[in-house]
Write a protein that binds this ligand. Sequence first.
Ligand SMILES: *Cc1c(COP(=O)(O)O)cnc(C)c1O
Length: 395
Amino acid sequence: MSSYLLPTYKRQPISFVKGQGSYLYTADATPYLDALTGIAVCGLGHCHPRVTAAIADQAATLVHTSNLFGIDWQERAGEKLCQVAGMDKVFFANSGAEANEAALKMARLFASNRGQTQAKVIVMEKSFHGRTLLTVSATANPMARAGFFTLDDDFIRVPFGDIEAISQAIADNDNVCAVMLEPIQGESGVNTAANGFDFLTQVRKVCDDHDLLMILDEVQTGNGRTGRYFAYQYSSIKPDILTTAKGLGNGFPVGACMTSAKANDIFSYGSHGSTYGGTPLACRVVSEVIDVIDDENMMSNTLSNSAALIEQITSELGSQGVTVRGKGMMLGVVMPQDRGIAFDSLVDKARDNHHLIINVAGGNAIRLLPPLNMSADETAQIGERLIHLIQSALY
Ligand SMILES: *Cc1c(COP(=O)(O)O)cnc(C)c1O
């Protein structure tokens, strides 16, 4: 099929014309159970009525003014977001990459302000931080980086979970200014550090000992996805910079770069900006999303559904070597490598044979990112369809 679109995506041979709750619909009204939610974006399900109403009302009232003026909804959304995130200040952007770009620029300014001659940021193997030049340079995936003359000299890469490697990198280099990581790595297959969230505590200590910024990328893990508002809240530490996007707007494009303590004063007038960042419309949506997450007890729902789904999958498939990793509704169903499963064909089979939308990441992990407000019934449906899918793929 010819298309005017640049071929940056290998698209599946299907398109949806409508979404409601946990389902997507094709033009012939066939429902597909959505365990991907546009890659962890529509956490409240598709077209949540309260978010739809907020968009419609704000679209009819005021869409955009400019950051040259006061923006009431930006103040309100900023206060709500900082409160649930445990942070002090926020800069609103339009995407995850933009939020991370702001965080990395902040780290570079921090380095420059204190007289470092370069700004080296320690990042993790298997990380994903976005597609702008600076954020793709922080990203590990060689496919995303190839050919772009990435800024490799500005980053030091260490194994995820390896605190010794971080300490060594700091000892070896006078220009380290920050450590940046995802609490759970999403794009590379729902990877958790070997010592879980204790790793965050270790990173915090090293950053304190050496006066470095700790940057957490919660673009994917944020906004209730893991059963806490932000995944770092499973630990007792606080980052200096926290970024998020994806679930923040439930499909409306918006991102945020938040700061606490020593990062609050790095940016000043003129340091950074965005024409669209934090419009009345975007911020009205953020404000509504946060209210809905609270009003509908979405995180406790996430945790009970998550426990049920893990139990369902492991009791049925554990003996076949299938394991589940991750937290809340960010789960990786890890399949055995030696049972002849054609991992590349699972997405198509799930969609065509089971009307289930999934994603495969990190080679052999089915990545589940379903809505946070699914019913117990829908959760069990995902489990059932997944079990059939895997059983028929095993030999
Ligand atoms: C998706 C993602 C990004 C990039 O977000 P965009 O909105 O696509 O720019 C950055 N970091 C993480 C951890 C992500 O999952």
